[in-house]
Design a binder for this molecule. Sequence first.
Ligand code: AMP
Ligand code: GLY
Length: 422
Amino acid sequence: MKILVVGGGGREHALVWKIAQSPRVQEIYCAPGNAGIQEHAQCVEIEAEDISGLLRFAKKNEIDLTVVGPEAPLVAGIVDLFQEAGLKIFGPTKRAAELEGSKDYSKRLMRRHAIPTADFNAFDNLERARGFLETSTFPTVVKADGLAAGKGVIICHTREEAFEAVKVIMQERAFGNAGNRVVIEEFMTGQEASVLMFVDRNTISPMPAAQDHKPIGEGDTGPNTGGMGAYSPTRFVHKRLEAQIEREILIPIVHAMNREDRPYSGVLYAGLMLTGEGAKVLEFNCRFGDPETQPLLMRMKSDIVDILLAVAEQKLEEVPPVEWDDRPAVCVVLASGGYPGSYTKGYPITGLKEANAVEGVVVFHAGTRMRGSSVITSGGRVLGVTALGDTLEQAIARCYEAVGKINFEGVTFRSDIAAKAI
Ligand code: AMP
Ligand code: GLY
């Protein structure tokens, strides 16, 4: 088979790395890819958002299966476009991807189908949003409705902060059109967890739970990022919670999408808050998580191509259950100095070979590219150092041993990834 992976981050490197292990695969292409991905795949200079360029490429190169990493092409309708052309593709349609593309849609859907989530109100008018905040209690959470790369959520401890947040989103348009509407929701407390599942319209296959670390700073301080590290499994999602999540969230959301005539296919990611009243949904994402995918795929024992293809063909029911390694895996993200704010690119990275040589470790690349024969930084999140271990402690120790061997100007990472699980 010939497979095309769309995207160029750490998640896509993990996907390409795992796909390359399948005996069914002859050629892998990745658009646009990165310096790590090019070891397993032919990188193609087409941006992930250029969905018609990707279609032309897939037709010309007779791609058997396309796997989409990021949300933007899904929300733009890449799956519809490929399916109309008779090409196989893994991911939800544009209508189904609205589950991530619009928080307002997603929250209303959860409300209609009684899926546990924080109480909320949505506004497309600044004055009404302000009026509502006059009578709110604090803290409260203000969110841009549309896609904002994980940065459109502002936790507000006071009314003044909330007024400011609404202004930044709706008036100053810090997130562009994503700020046409705001969602204002109840503040929840608890541990967070990411539960991803493979879905076709009839069958679900949940993956083991993972935990992300969104804030840039140790002890979960500072601004949110795309994710500074993740590990799986997490003891916070114990057996009883796992059952509640499946019964009250995972199965109902698939039924809800069918009933609303937006059947879901691909990976569905439930971002959860584990509250005293059970798990509640923070958000749904219509794709694999980044960095959750890196530890998850290190733990996957099955051939991922069998699963991706079965989902794309709506035959998930026919493949044997996905097998997972019991051993835990941890991923520590190395980011550019200044991220998630502005940062400089183009610094050479050293120690990659030595880090990869640490037992149980794979270094997944995110924002990297080649300059001559050296690997240089080219994004905010640069690398995801990932390790399996017999215990979580061992996986953590292996990760940080490998992290210690890598260097680039301004390298930034959290030294407490997975620490709260010990
Ligand atoms: P989201 O993109 O909606 O998942 O939000 C990003 C992050 O903001 C989450 O991972 C939480 O840490 C935080 N957050 C979002 N919504 C809430 C909420 N209702 N209560 C508390 N924290 C929240
Ligand atoms: N790690 C968070 C996300 O992928 O959205």
